[in-house]
Design a protein around this ligand. Structure first.
Ligand code: MRU
Length: 352
């Protein structure tokens, strides 16, 4: 079965006067699309995790800035640029950790630098946003192709959060090899950690893998060690929100636990991410801003209060896995390993 023939919907689509967004907060119970008609709608959708996952956030923000600009009434280029800067900064304030957001917005701003009219600038913005989405699909497929040889027929692999098709333009990053394996009739089993507190693993990863008929088993996060031991997990693969210059990787909270477990069980721990998730300007994981979210994500479950009133809560949405725990970082340019500092410099030199 070809993945491209499966029915996993696209999370983000440009519709000329609005952005059509799959509401990931409603999944898996309801498959519902919402219309984003203003820059404020886009900001709120990103903030509220209606769209989430680093590449999908970047794509949505890019279309959001193109949509905002489309609505400017000015014909004056200086005024256009100052409105664009305002909306760029606004969208950039929606979430702090996934660097794809800033990378995509930066690409859009760069695309209007040589424009000689407001019309040309608006066209450039839209072309650049579409290009980011098109490139991401090809990139994710390459990541899948580069990851697949790391597994063999019959392997069971663990993952966390959702780094799948709906977190990107298509295919995903950490989930891409499972879709490609399906196309090639290679059997891989996925163990998906539920991913407290927002349950991206339980709600989204299982949902999209099941639609593509990929063998997936759901576990709670605290079952990881027992599952690695009792089910013979051969590797762990995760996505990323930001990779620092030395390879330290920010990803969904709980990822660091899995990397430590991989070390303890002597199985490989892989990160799969496009170059757009690397931040060579950030020296190490210590410099990556970690988003802290509403305490209600922890004190409430399905609308029900599960902790005492006024309990103190710490709710970081991400953690940082130190680079020495990572066996390989799988990118569209190949698998980086060993001395990440120089590997990352090498790949980015090739890009420049
Ligand atoms: O808070 P989220 O759901 O946006 O966090 C998403 C993740 O941590 C993903 O693993 C990461 O962005 C990679 S998506 C290809």
């Amino acid at each position: 079965m070809s993945f491209t023939n499966t029915i996993i919907p696209r999370s983000v689509e440009w519709k000329e006067t609005y952005i059509r967004l799959l509401d990931q907060q409603k999944l898996p119970a309801v498959t519902e699309y919402i219309k984003l008609e203003s820059v404020r709608d886009v900001w709120e959708a990103i903030k509220a995790l209606k769209v989430r996952g680093a590449p999908a956030i970047g794509i949505t923000a890019a279309f959001g800035l193109a949509l905002a600009a489309k609505q400017y009434e000015t014909e004056n280029l200086d005024e256009f640029h100052s409105q664009l800067t305002r909306d760029h900064d606004y969208l950039a304030s929606s979430r702090p950790t996934a660097v794809n957001l800033f990378w995509a917005l930066g690409r859009l701003v760069k695309s209007v630098q040589g424009a000689v009219s407001v019309n040309e600038a608006k066209t450039n913005l839209l072309h650049e946003a579409i290009q980011i989405q098109v490139e991401d699909e090809a990139t994710c497929r390459r990541i899948g192709e580069n990851a697949l040889p790391l597994f063999k027929d019959g392997d069971s692999v663990m993952t966390i959060c959702n780094a799948g098709s709906i977190a990107t333009a298509r295919y995903g990053t950490a989930l891409a090899p499972f879709y490609l394996a399906k196309e090639k009739n290679i059997h891989l089993s996925v163990y998906a950690c539920e991913t407290r507190p927002v349950l991206q693993g339980a709600r989204l990863t299982t949902w999209e893998l099941m639609q593509a008929d990929v063998d997936v088993t759901l576990i709670t996060d605290n079952m990881a060690a027992h599952t690695i031991f009792s089910k013979g997990i051969s590797a762990i693969i995760v996505g990323a929100d930001r990779i620092a210059a030395n390879g330290d990787t920010a990803n969904k909270i709980g990822t660091y636990n899995l990397a430590l477990l991989a070390g303890a069980f002597q199985i490989p721990f892989y990160v799969a991410a496009p170059l757009s998730t690397f931040d060579p300007e950030t020296k190490s994981g210590a410099d990556i801003p970690i988003e802290e979210r509403d305490s209600k994500e922890i004190t409430h479950f399905g609308g029900q209060q599960i902790a005492p009133d006024h309990v103190k809560v710490f709710n970081p949405a991400f953690d940082v896995t130190p680079h020495h725990l990572i066996k390989g970082i799988i990118t569209e340019k190949g698998v980086l390993s060993g001395d990440y500092q120089s590997e990352i410099q090498r790949v980015f030199k090739g890009e420049a």
